[in-house]
Design a protein around this ligand. Structure first.
Ligand code: BGC
Length: 747
């Protein structure tokens, strides 16, 4: 039953209460709660047909029994669908999304999503609340962990790869699930990096930076979208009709399902959007089809459908007939989603346990490969790769850690599946490294029973710091090389986990400083949930690897890199600030008139108190073990018209004696335009393997569409324009170290 007619026939047989019931989306109560739920009793809703879907079931058996109960309680036998937060893997936890984006390997990202889909589908899930495609340029924001980073082009490619990986060609196919693009939109532009705060930004920034990944995900066929908690330019997203019904549906042609975020409809009241009936009318009118957890649709819609609403204090007025039509519209979308999932034909679709989940061994292998691909080598003075028989010490709070490495939003992961770094090294080299795990993971002031939204307390190491440091220093002195495993606790990143100062926690900075004094070479590995300001760490390190919270086989993937089993190939998906006060930041900052080159020398870094020896690691940056040289780039023409394309060729050579994986990146800049433009913006990249000594010619095709940009006095009047004139073409190994050519678009 998947024709619109069949859905309409079913809709025609439903009572108003049954339709409203379909818009109700509840938590199974078997997972975490991120908001304050209303008075809902799941079984009561199931028995009376007042529920459309459930998220957070933790087993196939429980999903199946809920489906049976729902079918028994529903007069027309309309099945539920089941959803879950499958953000970076399901049971097999892969590196964080921000880490996966650093692989710049779209086939690999798609493969991880497909694997996660197969595991999720085997447990009766039909929809995953992913990919999270919020552009994040402020590392204080804890949810940068879940994001594909700072760049709209890279994020758009990730949106496509993940949507394809989850959905395949059809969401009803075995082993596939519906993707849900979230959070719509500009959740990552939240003020000061505070989670849940509002976003105020130019329409051009919204259209040019935050919306493109959603447009790409919709083009890739994503079946659903989740609204964001924040307001955009004064209108909360849960009642943002111009962006949901306007941009998302009318401009991109999205025809799928829009769900609220957790109690997002109810939270409109706190945003000042009116009391519950007004908030509900506004959300429904804006295009929020399902109400997650709050049950405000269930509570308010019957009366609204009977009487309509008139609220002059916020200029909201809907007749009863309009509300009924809006309920029909939302219910039709829910039913169509169920039809597309194959559930209206077979309510137990996906609930039979067949096909079985893919093998955990295959998952571990993929997770290990992904972790190695996601780690970014930031510095290497030649100490890496290590010899397997080197006398290695492993020091630092994450050296034997399992739980933190799962990273945030790994709701179905198990800490016991993580092979910690000490064991990963032992398995690879044949001997356990000497270890010292001193130094707290968190800032001292956080040791006072800090709990986060998930109700987790971060535990400190209770020993005096001086004792831990003395032990670490003695071990370093007695060793040939030290691997220092530092970073953040899992709960320091993620939802409701913003940090004022996104850098390595102070006790760990003291640990690194003490170890650096010993003179023993330091290989510093950072396991973190956000891009951290590296401060003095790069100067103290002989080698520095940013490995992120990287999942069940993360430390194994890192060990593969450290000991040269695999080549480092990760490239930063977000700039690492030099100091925390630099944020928010991005490589794509707009040019300005000041400071003048050569003037205001004391201000040349942008901040008076930013030390000269601190460095940013720019977007796109990452090293391998073999140096790769870029030859002079050439353009096939220096002038072209709209509709024509120009080829850029550049030869790259592996000048080392090890294989290399290189990621040539292509950026444009537009020096004269109608509005200010980013200093440069990524438009394409490739990833190529080079044998030792190998030279390859890389070719990029540049067309004028790449130079289109939004001009938007308002959302409604926005257009994507193209101007003739000069563009600069930049090619290189990252967003900073590029070579430039000029190209003129002719009218
Ligand atoms: C988060 C969403 C998530 C939802 C359901 C919310 O708090 O913002 O990303 O999908 O909870 O768990």
């Amino acid at each position: 039953m998947n024709t619109p007619d069949a859905v309409d026939r079913l809709l025609g047989r439903m009572t108003l209460d049954e339709k409203i019931g379909q818009l109700n989306l509840l938590a199974a109560g078997e997972g975490i709660a991120t908001g304050i739920a209303g008075d809902n009793t799941l079984t009561r809703r199931l028995d009376t047909g007042r529920i459309g879907a459930i998220f957070g079931t933790k087993s196939l058996a429980s999903a199946r029994s809920m489906q049976e109960r729902a079918l028994a309680g529903s007069r027309l036998k309309i099945p539920l669908f089941f959803a879950e937060d499958v953000i970076h893997g399901h049971r097999t936890v892969f590196p964080l999304p921000i880490a996966l984006a650093c692989s710049w390997n779209m086939a690999l990202i798609e493969e991880t999503a497909a694997f996660a889909a197969a595991e999720a589908a085997a447990e009766g899930l039909h929809q995953v609340y992913a990919p999270m495609i919020d552009i994040a340029r402020d590392p204080r924001w804890g949810r940068v962990a879940e994001s594909p980073g700072e760049d709209p082009y890279l994020a758009s490619r990730v949106a496509v790869a993940m949507t394809r990986g989850f959905q395949g060609a059809q969401i009803s196919a075995p082993g596939r699930v519906a993707a849900c693009l979230k959070h719509f939109v500009a959740y990552g532009a939240t003020a000061s990096g505070r989670d849940y705060d509002n976003a105020s930004l130019a329409w051009e920034d919204l259209l040019g930076t935050y919306l493109p990944p959603f447009a790409a995900g919709v083009r890739a066929g994503a079946a659903s979208v989740m609204a964001a908690f924040n307001a955009v330019n004064k209108l909360p997203m849960h009642c943002n009709e111009p962006l949901i019904e306007g941009w998302l549906r009318s401009r991109t042609g999205f025809e799928g399902l829009v769900v609220s975020d957790y109690t997002g409809v109810r939270e409109l009241i706190d945003h000042g959007m009116g009391p519950a009936p007004v908030a509900v009318a506004r959300a429904l009118h804006a295009g929020i089809d399902m109400d997650m957890v709050g049950e405000d649709y269930l509570a308010e819609l019957p009366a609204l459908a009977a009487r309509g609403i008139d609220a002059p204090d916020c200029a909201v007025s809907f007749s009863a007939g309009e509300i009924v039509a809006l309920i029909d519209r939302a219910c039709r979308r829910v039913l169509r989603f169920k039809a597309d999932l194959g559930l209206l034909d077979d309510p137990f679709r996906g609930l039979t346990g067949r096909p079985a989940a893919p093998s955990p061994a295959a998952g571990r292998k993929l997770a290990r490969k992904a972790a190695a691909a996601a780690a970014v080598l930031l510095k290497n003075n030649g100490v890496l790769p290590l010899r397997r028989n080197a006398q290695v010490a492993l020091i630092g709070p994450l050296g034997a850690d399992r739980a933190n490495l799962l990273g945030t939003w790994s709701v179905s992961g198990r800490a016991e599946d993580v092979v910690p770094l000490d064991q990963a090294i032992a398995a690879l080299t044949g001997h356990m490294p000497a270890t010292a795990f001193g130094s707290n993971i968190v800032e001292e002031q956080w040791l006072v029973a800090r709990t986060n939204v998930h109700g987790v307390t971060v535990e400190p190491d209770e020993r005096p710091e001086a004792e831990m440091l003395a032990e670490a220093v003695a071990l370093a002195r007695a060793s040939e090389v030290v691997i220092v495993a530092v970073g953040e606790a899992k709960e320091q990143a993620g939802e409701s986990s913003s940090r004022l100062s996104p850098d390595l926690p102070a006790p760990q900075r003291r640990l690194v400083a003490a170890l650096a004094e010993t003179g023993t070479p330091l290989v510093i590995v950072v396991f973190a949930g956000r891009p951290l300001a590296m401060g003095h760490i790069p100067n103290q390190a002989d080698a520095l690897m940013f490995a992120w919270h990287n999942g069940i086989a993360g430390p194994e993937g890192v060990a593969d890199l450290l000991f040269g089993v695999d080549e480092p190939s990760g490239r930063l998906a977000a700039t690492l600030p030099a100091a925390p006060g630099e944020v928010p930041l991005s490589y794509a900052e707009e040019p300005t008139g000041r400071p003048f080159p050569g003037h205001f020398a004391k201000f040349r870094t942008g901040w008076l108190d930013l030390a000269d020896d601190l460095q940013r690691f720019p977007f796109g940056f990452g090293l391998g073990y073999a140096p790769v040289r870029y030859g002079p780039p050439r353009l096939s023409a220096t002038k072209a018209r709209l509709g024509e394309s120009v080829r850029l060729t550049v030869e790259i050579t592996n000048e080392g004696d090890r294989p290399a994986v290189e990621t040539p990146q292509l950026y444009l800049s537009d020096p004269v335009a109608r509005t200010t433009r980013p200093g440069r913006f990524l438009v394409d990249f490739q990833q190529v393997s080079l044998a030792p000594g190998e030279t390859r010619a890389i070719e990029f095709v540049i067309d004028a569409e790449m130079a289109r940009y939004p001009v938007a006095p308002s959302l409604e009047t926005a257009e994507w324009v193209w101007d003739p004139g000069l563009v600069r073409v930049h090619v290189g190994p990252n967003s900073r170290d590029t070579q430039m050519l000029e190209l003129t678009w002719q009218a």
